[in-house]
Ligand binder design. Structure first.
Ligand code: C2E
Ligand code: MG
Ligand code: MG
Ligand code: MG
Length: 293
């Protein structure tokens, strides 16, 4: 079924809007109809700022595959398939485009976080690609946060660091996802300029369960504070975890306690993310005198 999923995903990416700049892998796509492959959709999970009374300040894009046979597939079922099948660049490009497009409809104080695969990050031209998507969607670069993992930074020839640094200089935020689960975390923090640490859910889930949890989490938060880096706790599920994280100075919180990943339509019904409809935009353009624009 792995091979089947791979060819279905290949077909799917071949017909997706935004995947029109095809790479070699997508070129040899086989003809599989939409009914057979289903469709991809971005879900979004809110991220909450402790200093603003846990108000939602941004959202992380999490890709889903509505599969006609297997139902709703989460990324753990197909990201590695995309990676080994040479499809991750096309998938990543689609995710970035969709996420940036979505965020242009949210209030300007919000941000969108997008996961980037190590392979995608290492591909030549990655930062130009991001630049092009920002330009095409019109999203302010600082409203995009790229989530990278330590594995993407290991064995870097300098190319990945340089490309991230160029994006950073234009204002795009870089966060280190699943912090603490990779290798030589501390040396990476010193070597690469990042804006945020995402504390892996495996540590957050220890809070309240095992004594080490509190020690590990507060150590990561104070490391972040010392380095002037924001910290987002992933997988916050209980009020007690939330209270502890706020008390030790964690800056942002994400998890089922606040929201589950949801379709864009549902996100935009929430307070901080309501979209301005196209009708309303046109109406506003009519009421605002042209010389004021
Ligand atoms: P991640 O970036 O660490 O994302 C957080 C994962 O934790 C998400 O799983 C989310 O649904 C889940 N989660 C959030 N809050 C809670 C909670 O309170 N409790 C529990 N038990 N889980 C929680 P998801 O959506 O299945 O994504 C899994 C991973 O797949 C992500 O981990 C990310 O590394 C990867 N991924 C997702 N979307 C993309 C994408 O567009 N591109 C790439 N390259 N990777 C992606
Ligand atoms: Mg992430
Ligand atoms: Mg991750
Ligand atoms: Mg994570």
């Amino acid at each position: 079924t792995r091979e089947t999923l791979k060819s279905e995903l290949r077909a799917l990416l071949g017909v997706l809007p935004g995947a029109d700049r095809r790479d070699d892998a997508a070129d040899d796509r086989i003809a599989v109809s939409h009914e057979e492959t289903g469709k991809l959709e971005l879900y979004f999970q809110t991220i909450h700022r402790v200093s603003e009374g846990n108000r939602a300040s941004g959202a992380e894009a999490l890709v889903r595959w509505h599969h006609p046979k297997h139902g709703l597939l989460t990324p753990d079922r197909f990201i590695s398939i995309a990676e080994e099948g040479g499809l991750i660049e096309a998938l990543g490009r689609w995710v970035l485009l969709e996420a940036c497009q979505a965020a242009t409809n949210w209030p300007s104080a919000t941000f969108v976080a997008v996961n980037v695969s190590p392979l995608q990050l290492r591909a030549p031209g990655f930062h130009e690609e991001v630049g092009r998507i920002l330009y095409e969607t019109g999203l302010t670069p600082s409203r995009l946060e790229l989530e990278v993992t330590e594995s993407a930074l290991i064995a870097d020839s300098g190319h990945v660091t340089a490309s991230l640094e160029r994006l950073r200089q234009r204002g795009t935020q870089i966060s280190l996802d699943d912090f603490g689960t990779g290798y030589s975390s501390l040396s990476h923090l010193m070597q690469f300029r990042i804006d945020r640490i995402k504390i892996d859910r495996s540590f957050v889930s220890l809070l309240g369960a095992r004594a080490e949890g509190a020690a590990i989490v507060s150590a990561i938060v104070s490391l972040g504070r010392t380095l002037g880096i924001s910290t987002t706790a992933e997988g916050v599920e209980t009020d007690a975890q939330c209270a502890f994280l706020a008390a030790v100075g964690c800056t942002d919180l994400q998890g089922y306690l606040f929201s589950r990943p949801m379709p864009l339509h549902d996100l935009q019904r929430l307070d901080g993310f309501s979209a301005i409809s196209e009708d309303r935009q046109e109406e506003l353009l009519r009421i605002i005198p042209s010389k004021a624009l």
